[in-house]
Write a protein that binds this ligand. Structure first.
Ligand code: UD1
Length: 360
């Protein structure tokens, strides 16, 4: 049984793990438990995985009246999760973060089913912190997370999404988007949901991009597409720029990308390092303990990425940073090598070993 939800950063590692597990042991039965409200509601069924939902609401960091309702809902979802665990009878339960995994893993642990959580970030999330007391084993992707957990349970696994993107065998062609295969291509996206400041800056930079010799693919985030199109209005976007709400086939597209521009969410970083892609990172300042800046800084320290603080981001600074990398093959090559050294291309296998270990 697998649970994780809310944003792509929690869901894709789980899906990558399931894909690898089914490749190695095709008879494995998997049930994914998420919520209706999270991105998992779309992504998981589309991947052909059995999917059930429970109702849950996030805890507020400060105490408020709302919290009583949340505690009530949490206990109710634990009861729902208990029923699912008893019915499905999993050998092991994996949680990849997000509130829903709190209820599912807590219920499983109380029923003495072996449990494993996976933490993608260097700063541990609220749900995983809460669960760490109850679970059997903990997989991490950043060394910095180790000291925030009961250390005897912790194993460095990396992020399974890394192995998935490295193992992808599709020979993707940019012609699918009406672009050319012989031009370097820059991919821009603000995490799994898009980021308003990045989107505005790309709109400002479009007149520069469409005069360049490189190509640009820009994913706005599903819910932000219309707003971006309104901002662009009747401007000419140019033949070398493609704008999409969301990209569904990242693992096949990413190996062909010359430079990634985006947030510094942990799963994006796992992909960037596993594939060795130079990047321009604009960490989200709105996340717990500013962890995206820490993620980005780790790459900058190894000369694997450039960082622009959100406050300094504009069409102009974005264009300058893009030109610097896109017009310099040697620099890109060096950054790519440095990034790849930080990757963990066997992360799914490591996490599978941890699941088996928890079952013993
Ligand atoms: C705002 C917020 O809370 N962000 C957190 C969230 O980020 P978020 O959900 O944005 O996750 P990441 O940046 O880590 O990963 C985004 C994932 O979505 C995929 N993708 C993105 C755009 C697209 O069009 N198509 C697509 O498939 C990327 O390839 C990647 O696999 O979870 C991460 C944990 O894992 C955290 O580190 C981030 O701080």
């Amino acid at each position: 049984m697998v649970s994780g939800g809310g944003t792509g950063g929690h869901i894709y590692p789980a899906l990558a793990l399931i894909e690898r597990l089914k490749e190695l042991e095709p008879d494995t039965e998997v049930l994914y438990v998420g919520t209706h409200r999270g991105l998992e509601d779309k992504i998981v069924p589309a991947a052909g995985i059995d999917f059930k939902t429970i109702k849950i609401q996030g805890f507020k960091r400060s105490l408020s009246l709302e919290n009583f309702k949340t505690v009530y809902l949490f206990l109710k979802s634990v009861r729902d999760a208990r029923k699912m665990v008893k019915e499905f009878k999993p050998d092991v339960v994996l949680g990849t973060g997000g509130y829903v995994s709190g209820a599912v893993l807590y219920a499983a642990a109380k029923l003495h089913v072996p449990t494993v959580i996976h933490e993608q970030n260097s700063v541990v999330g609220v749900t995983n912190k809460f669960l760490s007391r109850y679970v059997t084993r903990i997989g991490i992707a950043f060394e910095a997370a180790r000291s925030q957990f009961p250390q005897s349970k912790v194993v460095m696994t990396g992020n399974p999404r890394a192995q998935q993107v490295v193992g992808n065998k599709t020979n993707y062609s940019w012609t699918e988007l009406g672009l050319k295969d012989d031009k370097p291509t820059m991919l821009i996206f603000g995490g799994s949901q898009g980021a308003p400041k990045i989107n505005t800056s790309v709109v400002e930079a479009i007149q520069n991009f469409n005069q360049r010799d490189y190509q640009v693919v820009f994913a706005t985030g599903q819910k932000r597409y219309q707003q971006v199109m309104n901002q662009i209005g009747d401007q000419n976007v140019g033949e070398n720029v493609v704008i999409k709400p969301y990209i569904n086939n990242m693992p096949s597209m990413m190996p062909k990308v010359a430079v990634i521009v985006g947030r510094a969410g942990a799963t994006s970083i796992a992909e960037i390092t596993a594939l060795g892609i130079p990047s321009i990172l604009i960490p989200s300042p709105y996340v717990t303990a500013d962890h995206q800046t820490k993620n980005a800084q780790a790459l900058v320290n190894q000369n694997a990425a450039e960082m622009i603080k959100e406050d300094d981001l504009s069409g102009e600074t974005l264009s300058q940073a893009a030109d610097k990398l896109m017009n310099d093959n040697d620099l890109r090559h060096q950054m790519a090598e440095n990034a790849q050294k930080m990757g963990m291309p066997d992360a799914a296998d490591r996490l599978i070993a941890l699941l088996k270990d928890a079952k013993k």
